[in-house]
Design a protein around this ligand. Structure first.
Ligand SMILES: [Zn+2]
Length: 179
């Protein structure tokens, strides 16, 4: 009895009506928070493309199989050990109660841990974001993230950092006057 409803008229031709979209997208990836402020995030043509890119990055990173994972672990361990050693040496020349020194050392090592974690996360993801931008036709320097809109395809190097462009970047650059 219910199958008379299966025929839906103008269900898919409704796209042109463009239902009003709330200014904040409903599903925001967690990476929006940890990467807040990265200029690469603002270079995506639409928020939808940004969220898709973040989704992909979230799936690619974070697995021990990915190349950078163990490198990141090594950098973090190295930083914390170095900071711990240096801070103990620094505190040894200051006259403070023992428990204060221990507290300070824990705080310094903790701060170093979170700073290097954040730096690794953001610098690694920034490069991945640039690759995603290039894949979507947004010309951006893979080395420094400089936005290359308006540059002639004859340009050989990034005006910001001097990195030579790959074929891929040059193919995206639009000749002046044709855009
Ligand atoms: Zn550059």
């Amino acid at each position: 009895m219910n199958d008379s409803q299966s025929a839906k008229p103008n269900q898919e031709t409704n796209a042109g009506a463009a239902p009003k979209k709330p200014p904040s997208a409903p599903r925001r990836h967690l990476l929006n928070l940890t990467l807040a402020g990265l200029p690469e995030l603002e270079m995506f043509p639409t928020d939808q493309e940004r969220q898709v890119a973040l989704q992909e990055i979230g799936e690619e990173a974070g697995s021990p199989a990915s190349g950078g994972f163990w490198f990141a672990i090594a950098v973090i361990v190295g930083t914390v050990l170095t900071t711990g050693y240096l801070s103990r040496w620094l505190l040894s020349v200051i006259d403070l109660p023992r428990f204060v020194k221990e507290m300070l050392q824990i705080i310094i090592c903790g701060a170093a841990f979170f700073m290097v974690l954040r730096w690794l996360h953001r610098s690694g993801t920034a490069k991945t974001l640039r690759e995603k931008l290039l894949a979507r036709g947004v010309p951006v320097c893979i080395k420094c993230g400089y936005l290359l809109h308006g540059l002639s395809p004859a340009t050989a190097r990034c005006p910001e950092c001097g990195t030579p462009f790959s074929e891929r970047v040059r193919s995206i650059l639009v000749p002046p006057g044709s855009g």
